[in-house]
Design a protein. Structure first.
Length: 148
């Protein structure tokens, strides 16, 4: 099984861990710890959901291309967010499609509590790939860098 090998580097970008429900989050971080070699590094990206949950802004962005408009927005549920993409034709708004998926808004505090149960040599949190200090009130993203 490829996930029983040991790795020197693990990378999870694109808000992937927001697709893991809260019940399985600890198990997922345990698996990362288990497959990471000694002195191996993991870099993990997730949106700063503390800020998203605080502000409760539904509209993420509105974009367009030659033929279509795209509206990305959230619906706020009790234990998850529904991430939606509404796509509609510029020439006929009745031609539309709505794609929706549940995501789990794991916060810095939750992730820190889980990661502190492991013995990492280094554990750092950044607000960008430029290694800016993570600020729970201002950072759009949370980048986690850990070394086993």
């Amino acid at each position: 099984n490829r996930f029983n090998k040991k790795y020197t580097f693990i990378c999870s970008f694109g808000n992937t861990i927001a697709n893991i429900n809260s019940k399985n989050l600890n198990q997922s971080f345990k698996k990362i710890n288990d497959v990471l070699q000694r002195n191996g590094q993991a870099i993990i990206h997730i949106l700063n959901y503390a800020q998203i949950l605080l502000n409760k802004e539904r509209i993420i962005n509105i974009t367009q291309n030659k033929d279509l408009h795209f509206v990305r927005f959230y619906d706020f549920a009790d234990d998850c967010l529904i991430f939606n993409i509404l796509k509609y034709s510029k020439s006929n708004s009745k031609e539309h499609e709505l794609l929706s998926t549940e995501i789990y808004p794991h916060t810095y505090e939750t992730i820190l509590a889980i990661l502190n149960t492991f013995s990492f040599k280094e554990l750092n949190f950044y607000g960008s790939l430029n290694f800016e200090k993570f600020d729970v009130a201002k950072s759009k993203d949370l980048f986690i860098s850990l070394i086993k």
